[in-house]
Design a protein around this ligand. Structure first.
Ligand code: EPU
Length: 432
Protein backbone atom coordinates (compact mmCIF):
# COMPACT_ATOMS: atom_id res chain seq x y z
CA UNK A 1 0.00 0.00 0.00
CA UNK A 2 1.21 3.50 -0.80
CA UNK A 3 0.32 7.03 0.13
CA UNK A 4 1.09 10.32 -1.58
CA UNK A 5 2.98 13.10 0.14
CA UNK A 6 2.16 16.44 -1.46
CA UNK A 7 3.80 19.78 -0.74
CA UNK A 8 1.16 22.16 -2.07
CA UNK A 9 1.06 25.70 -3.33
CA UNK A 10 3.07 25.33 -6.55
CA UNK A 11 1.54 26.33 -9.90
CA UNK A 12 1.74 23.70 -12.66
CA UNK A 13 3.65 24.34 -15.89
CA UNK A 14 4.49 22.17 -18.89
CA UNK A 15 2.86 19.45 -20.98
CA UNK A 16 0.91 16.34 -20.06
CA UNK A 17 0.04 13.43 -22.36
CA UNK A 18 -3.41 11.92 -21.78
CA UNK A 19 -3.72 8.12 -21.74
CA UNK A 20 -6.41 5.91 -23.28
CA UNK A 21 -9.88 6.09 -21.74
CA UNK A 22 -10.40 3.82 -18.74
CA UNK A 23 -14.15 3.45 -19.22
CA UNK A 24 -13.68 2.56 -22.89
CA UNK A 25 -10.86 0.09 -22.14
CA UNK A 26 -12.78 -1.80 -19.44
CA UNK A 27 -15.58 -2.39 -21.97
CA UNK A 28 -13.51 -3.03 -25.11
CA UNK A 29 -11.30 -5.64 -23.40
CA UNK A 30 -14.31 -7.82 -22.41
CA UNK A 31 -15.78 -7.15 -25.88
CA UNK A 32 -12.72 -8.89 -27.35
CA UNK A 33 -14.37 -12.11 -26.07
CA UNK A 34 -16.91 -11.68 -28.87
CA UNK A 35 -14.22 -11.88 -31.52
CA UNK A 36 -13.34 -15.17 -33.19
CA UNK A 37 -9.84 -14.03 -34.09
CA UNK A 38 -6.98 -11.91 -32.80
CA UNK A 39 -7.69 -8.29 -31.83
CA UNK A 40 -4.89 -5.85 -31.41
CA UNK A 41 -5.90 -3.05 -29.03
CA UNK A 42 -3.76 0.08 -28.86
CA UNK A 43 -3.70 3.05 -26.47
CA UNK A 44 -4.65 0.88 -23.50
CA UNK A 45 -4.09 2.78 -20.23
CA UNK A 46 -1.69 1.16 -17.71
CA UNK A 47 -4.04 1.14 -14.72
CA UNK A 48 -5.00 -1.56 -12.26
CA UNK A 49 -8.60 -1.92 -13.55
CA UNK A 50 -7.24 -2.84 -16.97
CA UNK A 51 -4.78 -5.33 -15.48
CA UNK A 52 -7.69 -7.02 -13.70
CA UNK A 53 -9.81 -7.17 -16.87
CA UNK A 54 -6.96 -8.79 -18.78
CA UNK A 55 -6.40 -11.34 -15.97
CA UNK A 56 -10.07 -12.29 -16.03
CA UNK A 57 -9.96 -12.89 -19.78
CA UNK A 58 -6.80 -14.96 -19.40
CA UNK A 59 -8.49 -17.16 -16.79
CA UNK A 60 -11.34 -17.78 -19.24
CA UNK A 61 -8.80 -19.08 -21.75
CA UNK A 62 -7.96 -16.00 -23.84
CA UNK A 63 -4.39 -15.70 -25.02
CA UNK A 64 -3.06 -12.25 -24.13
CA UNK A 65 0.12 -10.96 -25.72
CA UNK A 66 1.66 -7.69 -24.61
CA UNK A 67 3.14 -5.90 -27.62
CA UNK A 68 4.28 -2.84 -25.70
CA UNK A 69 3.19 -0.85 -22.64
CA UNK A 70 -0.04 0.31 -24.31
CA UNK A 71 -0.80 -2.39 -26.87
CA UNK A 72 -2.07 -5.92 -26.37
CA UNK A 73 -3.25 -8.67 -28.65
CA UNK A 74 -6.18 -10.70 -27.38
CA UNK A 75 -6.97 -14.06 -28.95
CA UNK A 76 -10.31 -15.37 -27.68
CA UNK A 77 -10.60 -18.28 -30.14
CA UNK A 78 -10.07 -20.94 -27.49
CA UNK A 79 -12.13 -19.80 -24.50
CA UNK A 80 -12.65 -22.84 -22.23
CA UNK A 81 -14.99 -21.40 -19.62
CA UNK A 82 -17.93 -18.99 -19.41
CA UNK A 83 -17.66 -18.73 -15.60
CA UNK A 84 -15.44 -15.96 -14.24
CA UNK A 85 -13.33 -16.20 -11.11
CA UNK A 86 -15.37 -14.88 -8.18
CA UNK A 87 -12.39 -13.19 -6.56
CA UNK A 88 -11.30 -11.25 -9.63
CA UNK A 89 -14.69 -10.31 -11.12
CA UNK A 90 -16.13 -8.94 -7.87
CA UNK A 91 -13.26 -6.47 -7.59
CA UNK A 92 -14.32 -4.27 -10.48
CA UNK A 93 -17.63 -2.79 -11.44
CA UNK A 94 -16.90 -3.25 -15.12
CA UNK A 95 -16.96 -7.04 -14.74
CA UNK A 96 -20.65 -6.75 -15.67
CA UNK A 97 -19.51 -6.35 -19.30
CA UNK A 98 -18.40 -9.98 -19.20
CA UNK A 99 -22.08 -10.98 -19.04
CA UNK A 100 -22.97 -9.22 -22.31
CA UNK A 101 -19.81 -10.43 -24.04
CA UNK A 102 -20.01 -14.10 -22.96
CA UNK A 103 -23.75 -14.25 -23.52
CA UNK A 104 -23.36 -12.69 -26.96
CA UNK A 105 -20.68 -15.14 -28.08
CA UNK A 106 -21.54 -18.39 -26.25
CA UNK A 107 -25.20 -17.95 -25.20
CA UNK A 108 -24.25 -18.26 -21.53
CA UNK A 109 -22.36 -16.47 -18.75
CA UNK A 110 -21.71 -16.85 -15.04
CA UNK A 111 -20.21 -13.70 -13.56
CA UNK A 112 -19.75 -12.69 -9.91
CA UNK A 113 -21.99 -9.83 -8.82
CA UNK A 114 -20.03 -6.62 -9.49
CA UNK A 115 -18.22 -4.94 -6.56
CA UNK A 116 -19.67 -3.02 -3.61
CA UNK A 117 -20.90 0.53 -3.62
CA UNK A 118 -19.12 3.56 -2.28
CA UNK A 119 -21.44 6.13 -3.71
CA UNK A 120 -24.97 4.89 -3.35
CA UNK A 121 -27.12 2.23 -4.90
CA UNK A 122 -25.76 0.91 -8.19
CA UNK A 123 -28.41 -1.39 -9.66
CA UNK A 124 -28.05 -3.38 -12.90
CA UNK A 125 -31.76 -3.91 -13.52
CA UNK A 126 -31.57 -2.23 -16.96
CA UNK A 127 -28.80 -4.61 -18.05
CA UNK A 128 -30.91 -7.56 -16.93
CA UNK A 129 -34.04 -6.20 -18.62
CA UNK A 130 -32.06 -5.86 -21.87
CA UNK A 131 -30.69 -9.42 -21.72
CA UNK A 132 -34.17 -10.81 -20.92
CA UNK A 133 -35.71 -8.92 -23.85
CA UNK A 134 -33.07 -10.47 -26.12
CA UNK A 135 -34.23 -13.92 -24.93
CA UNK A 136 -31.94 -14.68 -21.97
CA UNK A 137 -32.88 -16.13 -18.61
CA UNK A 138 -31.04 -14.29 -15.83
CA UNK A 139 -30.88 -15.50 -12.21
CA UNK A 140 -28.65 -14.65 -9.25
CA UNK A 141 -27.38 -17.63 -7.27
CA UNK A 142 -24.45 -18.10 -4.91
CA UNK A 143 -23.08 -14.62 -5.57
CA UNK A 144 -23.07 -15.18 -9.34
CA UNK A 145 -25.28 -13.80 -12.09
CA UNK A 146 -26.20 -16.71 -14.35
CA UNK A 147 -27.41 -15.71 -17.81
CA UNK A 148 -28.30 -18.09 -20.63
CA UNK A 149 -30.00 -17.74 -24.00
CA UNK A 150 -33.17 -19.77 -23.71
CA UNK A 151 -32.98 -21.08 -27.30
CA UNK A 152 -29.17 -21.23 -27.42
CA UNK A 153 -28.90 -17.95 -29.36
CA UNK A 154 -30.24 -14.50 -28.49
CA UNK A 155 -32.72 -12.78 -30.81
CA UNK A 156 -32.93 -9.11 -31.76
CA UNK A 157 -35.51 -6.94 -29.98
CA UNK A 158 -36.54 -3.35 -29.22
CA UNK A 159 -35.32 -2.23 -25.81
CA UNK A 160 -36.27 1.05 -24.18
CA UNK A 161 -34.04 1.92 -21.22
CA UNK A 162 -35.92 3.39 -18.25
CA UNK A 163 -32.82 5.32 -17.18
CA UNK A 164 -29.93 6.55 -19.30
CA UNK A 165 -27.26 4.00 -18.37
CA UNK A 166 -23.75 3.82 -19.81
CA UNK A 167 -23.23 0.25 -18.60
CA UNK A 168 -26.60 -1.07 -19.77
CA UNK A 169 -26.21 0.53 -23.21
CA UNK A 170 -22.76 -1.05 -23.75
CA UNK A 171 -23.70 -4.41 -22.25
CA UNK A 172 -26.82 -4.73 -24.43
CA UNK A 173 -24.77 -3.73 -27.49
CA UNK A 174 -22.35 -6.58 -26.78
CA UNK A 175 -25.11 -9.12 -26.23
CA UNK A 176 -27.00 -8.03 -29.38
CA UNK A 177 -24.11 -7.85 -31.81
CA UNK A 178 -24.41 -11.51 -32.83
CA UNK A 179 -28.09 -12.03 -31.96
CA UNK A 180 -30.42 -13.24 -34.67
CA UNK A 181 -32.10 -10.22 -36.31
CA UNK A 182 -32.21 -6.53 -35.43
CA UNK A 183 -32.02 -4.76 -32.08
CA UNK A 184 -32.91 -1.17 -31.30
CA UNK A 185 -31.79 0.41 -28.01
CA UNK A 186 -33.80 3.55 -27.21
CA UNK A 187 -32.95 6.16 -24.60
CA UNK A 188 -29.35 4.97 -24.96
CA UNK A 189 -26.44 6.73 -23.26
CA UNK A 190 -24.26 8.86 -25.56
CA UNK A 191 -20.88 9.01 -23.81
CA UNK A 192 -17.73 8.99 -26.01
CA UNK A 193 -16.87 5.47 -24.80
CA UNK A 194 -20.18 4.19 -26.21
CA UNK A 195 -19.18 5.41 -29.66
CA UNK A 196 -15.72 3.90 -29.06
CA UNK A 197 -17.14 0.46 -28.25
CA UNK A 198 -19.40 0.61 -31.33
CA UNK A 199 -16.43 1.60 -33.51
CA UNK A 200 -14.36 -1.24 -32.05
CA UNK A 201 -17.10 -3.80 -32.70
CA UNK A 202 -17.80 -2.43 -36.20
CA UNK A 203 -14.09 -2.66 -37.03
CA UNK A 204 -14.31 -6.37 -36.10
CA UNK A 205 -17.30 -6.90 -38.44
CA UNK A 206 -20.35 -5.81 -36.41
CA UNK A 207 -23.17 -3.71 -37.83
CA UNK A 208 -24.02 -0.97 -35.31
CA UNK A 209 -25.42 2.44 -36.27
CA UNK A 210 -26.43 5.45 -34.21
CA UNK A 211 -23.96 5.14 -31.33
CA UNK A 212 -23.61 8.63 -29.85
CA UNK A 213 -27.35 9.32 -30.34
CA UNK A 214 -30.15 8.07 -28.12
CA UNK A 215 -31.20 5.39 -30.64
CA UNK A 216 -28.73 2.63 -31.46
CA UNK A 217 -29.55 0.12 -34.20
CA UNK A 218 -27.77 -3.23 -34.33
CA UNK A 219 -28.10 -5.75 -37.13
CA UNK A 220 -26.95 -9.13 -35.80
CA UNK A 221 -24.02 -10.75 -37.66
CA UNK A 222 -22.85 -14.38 -37.56
CA UNK A 223 -19.39 -13.77 -36.21
CA UNK A 224 -16.74 -11.14 -35.58
CA UNK A 225 -13.24 -11.50 -36.93
CA UNK A 226 -10.00 -9.97 -35.70
CA UNK A 227 -8.52 -6.56 -36.39
CA UNK A 228 -6.72 -3.60 -34.92
CA UNK A 229 -8.20 -0.75 -32.88
CA UNK A 230 -6.95 2.24 -30.86
CA UNK A 231 -8.87 3.40 -27.78
CA UNK A 232 -9.89 7.08 -27.51
CA UNK A 233 -8.17 9.44 -25.05
CA UNK A 234 -9.59 9.68 -21.53
CA UNK A 235 -11.95 12.64 -21.20
CA UNK A 236 -11.95 12.46 -17.40
CA UNK A 237 -8.19 12.15 -17.03
CA UNK A 238 -7.81 15.23 -19.25
CA UNK A 239 -10.49 17.08 -17.25
CA UNK A 240 -8.69 16.19 -14.02
CA UNK A 241 -5.43 17.78 -15.21
CA UNK A 242 -7.37 20.84 -16.41
CA UNK A 243 -8.98 21.12 -12.97
CA UNK A 244 -5.57 20.77 -11.32
CA UNK A 245 -4.25 23.75 -13.32
CA UNK A 246 -7.42 25.69 -12.42
CA UNK A 247 -6.79 25.04 -8.73
CA UNK A 248 -3.04 25.67 -8.62
CA UNK A 249 -2.69 28.28 -11.36
CA UNK A 250 -0.03 28.03 -14.07
CA UNK A 251 -0.14 26.93 -17.71
CA UNK A 252 -0.29 23.39 -19.07
CA UNK A 253 -0.66 21.95 -22.56
CA UNK A 254 -2.98 18.94 -22.29
CA UNK A 255 -2.01 16.66 -25.19
CA UNK A 256 -3.66 13.78 -27.06
CA UNK A 257 -7.29 14.68 -26.42
CA UNK A 258 -10.44 15.03 -28.52
CA UNK A 259 -11.44 18.69 -27.86
CA UNK A 260 -15.14 18.01 -28.63
CA UNK A 261 -15.26 15.52 -25.74
CA UNK A 262 -13.91 18.23 -23.45
CA UNK A 263 -16.50 20.95 -24.31
CA UNK A 264 -18.67 20.37 -21.21
CA UNK A 265 -15.63 20.65 -18.91
CA UNK A 266 -13.91 23.46 -20.84
CA UNK A 267 -17.06 25.63 -20.73
CA UNK A 268 -17.39 25.27 -16.96
CA UNK A 269 -13.74 26.02 -16.27
CA UNK A 270 -13.94 29.10 -18.51
CA UNK A 271 -16.91 30.26 -16.44
CA UNK A 272 -14.61 29.98 -13.41
CA UNK A 273 -12.07 32.30 -15.07
CA UNK A 274 -9.73 29.68 -16.54
CA UNK A 275 -8.40 30.34 -20.06
CA UNK A 276 -8.64 27.36 -22.40
CA UNK A 277 -7.29 27.49 -25.94
CA UNK A 278 -8.14 24.69 -28.35
CA UNK A 279 -5.51 23.49 -30.86
CA UNK A 280 -6.27 20.34 -32.89
CA UNK A 281 -5.71 17.52 -30.40
CA UNK A 282 -4.45 19.64 -27.50
CA UNK A 283 -5.82 22.20 -25.06
CA UNK A 284 -3.73 24.97 -23.56
CA UNK A 285 -5.03 25.63 -20.05
CA UNK A 286 -3.99 28.74 -18.13
CA UNK A 287 -5.10 30.32 -14.89
CA UNK A 288 -3.54 33.55 -13.70
CA UNK A 289 -6.41 35.55 -12.12
CA UNK A 290 -8.76 34.74 -9.25
CA UNK A 291 -11.16 31.79 -9.64
CA UNK A 292 -14.86 32.72 -9.93
CA UNK A 293 -17.84 30.83 -8.54
CA UNK A 294 -19.97 28.68 -10.88
CA UNK A 295 -22.98 26.41 -10.54
CA UNK A 296 -22.51 22.85 -11.78
CA UNK A 297 -25.08 20.13 -12.43
CA UNK A 298 -23.94 16.67 -13.46
CA UNK A 299 -25.80 15.09 -16.37
CA UNK A 300 -25.31 12.25 -18.86
CA UNK A 301 -23.13 13.23 -21.88
CA UNK A 302 -22.99 15.86 -23.35
CA UNK A 303 -23.71 17.34 -19.92
CA UNK A 304 -21.11 17.92 -17.21
CA UNK A 305 -19.79 14.43 -16.23
CA UNK A 306 -20.47 13.04 -12.77
CA UNK A 307 -16.92 11.62 -12.90
CA UNK A 308 -15.62 15.24 -12.75
CA UNK A 309 -17.90 16.32 -9.91
CA UNK A 310 -15.44 15.83 -7.01
CA UNK A 311 -12.61 17.49 -8.98
CA UNK A 312 -14.63 20.60 -9.90
CA UNK A 313 -15.84 20.85 -6.30
CA UNK A 314 -12.19 20.94 -5.15
CA UNK A 315 -11.61 23.81 -7.59
CA UNK A 316 -14.72 25.73 -6.46
CA UNK A 317 -13.51 25.56 -2.85
CA UNK A 318 -10.98 28.22 -3.90
CA UNK A 319 -13.31 30.39 -6.01
CA UNK A 320 -14.64 33.82 -5.07
CA UNK A 321 -18.28 33.52 -3.97
CA UNK A 322 -20.66 30.62 -3.32
CA UNK A 323 -21.15 27.85 -5.88
CA UNK A 324 -23.85 25.18 -6.07
CA UNK A 325 -22.92 21.67 -7.21
CA UNK A 326 -25.81 19.32 -7.98
CA UNK A 327 -25.24 15.59 -8.49
CA UNK A 328 -28.02 14.20 -10.65
CA UNK A 329 -26.54 10.92 -11.94
CA UNK A 330 -25.72 9.13 -8.66
CA UNK A 331 -27.83 9.39 -5.54
CA UNK A 332 -24.83 9.95 -3.28
CA UNK A 333 -21.34 11.03 -4.28
CA UNK A 334 -20.23 13.45 -1.58
CA UNK A 335 -18.35 11.23 0.89
CA UNK A 336 -15.15 13.10 0.05
CA UNK A 337 -16.52 16.43 1.28
CA UNK A 338 -15.48 15.70 4.88
CA UNK A 339 -11.90 15.25 3.68
CA UNK A 340 -11.94 18.67 1.94
CA UNK A 341 -13.30 20.18 5.16
CA UNK A 342 -10.19 18.90 6.96
CA UNK A 343 -8.25 21.23 4.65
CA UNK A 344 -10.39 24.23 5.52
CA UNK A 345 -13.05 24.04 2.78
CA UNK A 346 -16.51 25.43 3.54
CA UNK A 347 -19.04 23.00 2.08
CA UNK A 348 -22.57 22.06 3.16
CA UNK A 349 -24.24 19.07 1.55
CA UNK A 350 -28.00 18.88 1.39
CA UNK A 351 -29.11 15.69 -0.36
CA UNK A 352 -27.88 16.03 -3.97
CA UNK A 353 -26.58 19.58 -3.68
CA UNK A 354 -23.33 20.83 -2.23
CA UNK A 355 -23.12 24.51 -1.32
CA UNK A 356 -19.49 25.51 -1.71
CA UNK A 357 -18.45 28.78 -0.15
CA UNK A 358 -15.07 29.72 -1.58
CA UNK A 359 -12.18 30.27 0.85
CA UNK A 360 -8.95 32.18 0.35
CA UNK A 361 -6.78 29.07 0.69
CA UNK A 362 -6.80 25.42 1.78
CA UNK A 363 -4.20 24.03 4.18
CA UNK A 364 -2.47 20.66 3.86
CA UNK A 365 -3.78 17.79 6.04
CA UNK A 366 -3.83 13.99 6.28
CA UNK A 367 -6.68 13.01 3.94
CA UNK A 368 -8.06 9.88 2.36
CA UNK A 369 -9.15 8.91 -1.16
CA UNK A 370 -12.67 7.48 -0.70
CA UNK A 371 -12.94 6.32 -4.32
CA UNK A 372 -11.29 6.95 -7.67
CA UNK A 373 -12.62 10.42 -8.54
CA UNK A 374 -12.78 11.51 -4.90
CA UNK A 375 -9.10 10.58 -4.78
CA UNK A 376 -8.41 12.78 -7.82
CA UNK A 377 -10.14 15.64 -5.98
CA UNK A 378 -7.86 15.07 -2.98
CA UNK A 379 -4.80 15.31 -5.21
CA UNK A 380 -6.07 18.58 -6.73
CA UNK A 381 -6.86 20.08 -3.32
CA UNK A 382 -3.48 18.98 -1.93
CA UNK A 383 -1.59 20.47 -4.90
CA UNK A 384 -3.33 23.82 -4.35
CA UNK A 385 -3.17 23.84 -0.54
CA UNK A 386 -0.58 25.61 1.60
CA UNK A 387 1.69 23.09 3.34
CA UNK A 388 1.93 19.32 3.30
CA UNK A 389 -0.84 16.76 2.75
CA UNK A 390 -0.69 12.98 3.08
CA UNK A 391 -3.19 11.16 0.90
CA UNK A 392 -3.96 7.58 1.92
CA UNK A 393 -5.88 4.81 0.08
CA UNK A 394 -4.28 5.86 -3.21
CA UNK A 395 -4.89 2.43 -4.70
CA UNK A 396 -8.31 3.82 -5.64
CA UNK A 397 -6.63 6.58 -7.65
CA UNK A 398 -4.29 4.17 -9.40
CA UNK A 399 -7.22 2.13 -10.68
CA UNK A 400 -7.98 4.92 -13.13
CA UNK A 401 -5.01 7.30 -13.53
CA UNK A 402 -1.90 6.09 -15.31
CA UNK A 403 1.38 7.35 -13.80
CA UNK A 404 -0.37 10.20 -12.00
CA UNK A 405 2.59 10.94 -9.72
CA UNK A 406 5.10 10.99 -12.59
CA UNK A 407 2.84 13.11 -14.81
CA UNK A 408 2.31 15.69 -12.05
CA UNK A 409 5.99 15.77 -11.11
CA UNK A 410 6.80 16.53 -14.76
CA UNK A 411 4.51 19.58 -14.39
CA UNK A 412 6.53 20.78 -11.40
CA UNK A 413 4.32 19.39 -8.63
CA UNK A 414 5.94 18.32 -5.38
CA UNK A 415 4.27 14.93 -4.99
CA UNK A 416 5.77 11.55 -4.18
CA UNK A 417 4.49 8.08 -3.50
CA UNK A 418 5.77 6.33 -0.37
CA UNK A 419 4.99 3.00 1.29
CA UNK A 420 2.20 3.29 3.86
CA UNK A 421 2.72 0.48 6.39
CA UNK A 422 -0.43 1.48 8.32
CA UNK A 423 -2.86 0.59 5.59
CA UNK A 424 -4.33 -2.89 5.66
CA UNK A 425 -5.04 -5.16 2.74
CA UNK A 426 -8.75 -4.85 3.52
CA UNK A 427 -8.84 -1.62 1.55
CA UNK A 428 -9.68 -3.25 -1.73
CA UNK A 429 -10.97 -1.07 -4.53
CA UNK A 430 -14.36 -1.98 -5.88
CA UNK A 431 -15.92 0.82 -7.83
CA UNK A 432 -15.41 2.40 -11.21
N1 EPU B 1 -28.94 2.73 -13.17
C1 EPU B 1 -30.10 2.04 -12.88
N2 EPU B 1 -30.21 0.77 -13.36
C2 EPU B 1 -29.24 0.17 -14.10
C3 EPU B 1 -28.08 0.89 -14.39
C4 EPU B 1 -27.94 2.17 -13.91
O1 EPU B 1 -30.99 2.55 -12.21
O2 EPU B 1 -29.43 -0.98 -14.51
C5 EPU B 1 -28.79 4.12 -12.67
C6 EPU B 1 -27.62 4.24 -11.71
O3 EPU B 1 -28.03 3.93 -10.38
C7 EPU B 1 -27.22 5.69 -11.88
C8 EPU B 1 -27.51 5.96 -13.37
O4 EPU B 1 -28.43 4.95 -13.78
O5 EPU B 1 -28.03 6.51 -11.10
C9 EPU B 1 -26.31 5.95 -14.29
O6 EPU B 1 -25.58 4.73 -14.14
P1 EPU B 1 -24.72 4.08 -15.32
O7 EPU B 1 -25.26 2.74 -15.62
O8 EPU B 1 -24.65 5.07 -16.44
O9 EPU B 1 -23.30 3.94 -14.65
P2 EPU B 1 -22.28 2.74 -14.83
O10 EPU B 1 -22.34 2.24 -16.23
O11 EPU B 1 -22.40 1.75 -13.74
C10 EPU B 1 -20.31 4.19 -15.71
C11 EPU B 1 -18.91 4.50 -15.29
C12 EPU B 1 -18.92 5.39 -14.06
C13 EPU B 1 -19.73 6.65 -14.35
C14 EPU B 1 -21.12 6.30 -14.87
C15 EPU B 1 -21.93 7.51 -15.32
C16 EPU B 1 -17.72 2.51 -15.96
C17 EPU B 1 -17.01 1.29 -15.57
N3 EPU B 1 -18.22 3.26 -14.97
O12 EPU B 1 -20.91 3.50 -14.61
O13 EPU B 1 -17.56 5.75 -13.88
O14 EPU B 1 -19.87 7.41 -13.18
O15 EPU B 1 -21.00 5.41 -16.00
O16 EPU B 1 -21.25 8.19 -16.34
O17 EPU B 1 -17.80 2.84 -17.14
C18 EPU B 1 -15.64 6.36 -12.72
O18 EPU B 1 -15.00 6.21 -13.77
O19 EPU B 1 -15.15 6.91 -11.70
C19 EPU B 1 -17.02 5.92 -12.65
C20 EPU B 1 -17.66 5.74 -11.51
Amino acid sequence: MAKYIVQGGKPLFGEVEISGAKNAAVAIIPAALLVDGVCRIENIPQISDVTLCLRILEELGANIRSINRHTVEIDARHIHSTRTSYELARKIRASYYLIGALLGRFGQAEVAMPGGCNFGVRPIDQHVKGFATLGAKVVVEGGFIHASAETGRLHGANIYLDVVSVGATMNIMMAAVMAEGNTIIENAAKEPHIVDLANFLNSMGANIRGAGTDTIKIRGVDHLTGGSYAIIPDQIEAGTYMAAVAATGGQVLVKNIIPKHMDCITAKLQECGVEVEEREDTLLVRRTGKLQKANVKTLPYPGFPTDMQPQITAVLCLAEGTSLVTESVWNSRYQYVDELKRMGAHIQVDDKTAVVEGVDHLTGAPIQACDLRAGAAMVIAALAAQGQSEISCVQYIERGYEDIVEKLRALGADIRSVEDPCEGAELEAHIS
